[in-house]
Design a protein around this ligand. Structure first.
Ligand SMILES: *[C@@H]1O[C@H](CO)[C@@H](O)[C@H](O)[C@H]1NC(C)=O
Ligand SMILES: [Ca+2]
Ligand SMILES: [Ca+2]
Ligand SMILES: [Ca+2]
Length: 316
């Protein structure tokens, strides 16, 4: 509507007069882009369960924010990657470490915000419930989980490690690592992480180090096995094989972690390279948190880039 109004005014007045009529926001360098707003408003009419459906039904091929609708009719906004490896990837969650020295303190939503305690093994944490939090645009500045996490039935996952606080339009270029699976493994676990973690609970004392969940090979979209290794300390990088996503790792002390993203553990000190977790890490009060022992020192710390990047998870 506004766009049409200004075109109409344009034929009656000179362009100089038009400038003076325009609201302040139009006179500055950051002009409102009406074409873009029109495009976004068109997008808000789409009814689809996933970015893959938006791509299939509406032919959209541009990365950006779209509205999705759950099976129950709940609407939410998220980011769609419409280009990587054919596109159709829905952002469903991000794991962000806001305070690496805060061990299971405020902001550790993917582990525990209530301390590191044995009586809080966290069988019903955010990896396996329908709780949601955050918004897509803030996915690199805080934790994010939308209804797609449990509502979408998918086959594969993609993961982006994006530096904290990066704006959405630069996520793809700014990512330090991007990769996806292509063997359809999610179909074996009822189509999403919500169901997968029902089968492999992220809970303290659920089993031993050898009782990990699946390790799935990845295809790199940015980075490679070598660069994956260099994001972790010299001692600890000998304890995993890069080129995989691993689910529900268990360490030497029976603490459970949700995802080892980019790697397959070959040892049991998984707290230094796996993220999320149950609410108890017996080895030390310096473990527990969304990136549990990433700042351990002694050659076992993750790099600053890795500690200061959010882990964005997509389904397709
Ligand atoms: C799950 O997320 C909610 C919402 O942010 C948070 O209040 C809760 O503490 C989280 N659960 C755990 C175990 O941290
Ligand atoms: Ca923390
Ligand atoms: Ca967090
Ligand atoms: Ca250890």
């Amino acid at each position: 509507m506004l766009l049409h109004l200004f075109l109409f005014v344009g034929v009656l007045v000179t362009s100089e007069e038009l400038e003076s009529l325009a609201p302040a926001s139009l006179q500055t360098g950051t002009r409102t882009n009406f074409e873009n707003l029109q495009k976004l408003s068109d997008r808000s009419r789409y009814v689809a369960k996933s970015c893959k459906e938006i791509q299939n039904i509406y032919g959209e091929q541009e990365d950006g924010l779209y509205y999705l609708t759950t099976a129950n009719g709940m609407r939410y906004q998220t980011f769609c990657d419409m280009t990587t490896a054919g596109g159709g990837w829905t952002l469903v969650a991000s794991v962000h470490e806001n305070a690496i020295r805060g061990k299971c303190t405020v902001g550790d939503r993917w582990s525990s915000q209530q301390g590191n305690y044995g009586h809080f093994p966290d069988g019903d944490g955010n990896w396996s419930n329908r709780n949601t939090f955050g918004v897509a645009e803030s996915a690199t500045s805080d934790d994010f989980k939308n209804p797609g996490y449990y509502d979408i039935i998918a086959e594969n996952m993609a993961v982006w490690h994006v530096p904290n606080n990066f704006p959405l339009e630069h996520w793809k270029l700014g990512a330090i690592l991007r990769y996806h699976t292509n063997n359809g493994f999610l179909s074996l676990y009822r189509g999403n992480l919500f169901n997968l973690f029902k089968q492999f609970p992220v809970r303290y004392n659920i089993g031993s180090c050898s009782q990990r969940g699946p390790s799935v090979p990845i295809v790199y979209d940015h980075g490679n096995k070598e660069s994956t290794k260099t994001f972790y300390g010299p001692i600890i990088r000998t304890e995993f094989e890069p080129g995989f996503i691993t689910f529900r790792a268990i360490n030497n002390e029976q603490a459970a972690m949700a995802i080892c993203s980019g790697v397959k553990p070959t040892g049991c000190n998984t707290e230094h390279y796996c993220i999320g977790g149950g609410g108890f890490f017996p080895e030390s009060h310096l473990q527990c948190g969304d990136f549990p022992g990433f700042d351990w020192g002694h050659g076992a710390s993750a790099s600053k880039e890795m500690i200061e990047s959010a882990v964005l998870m997509f389904y397709r």
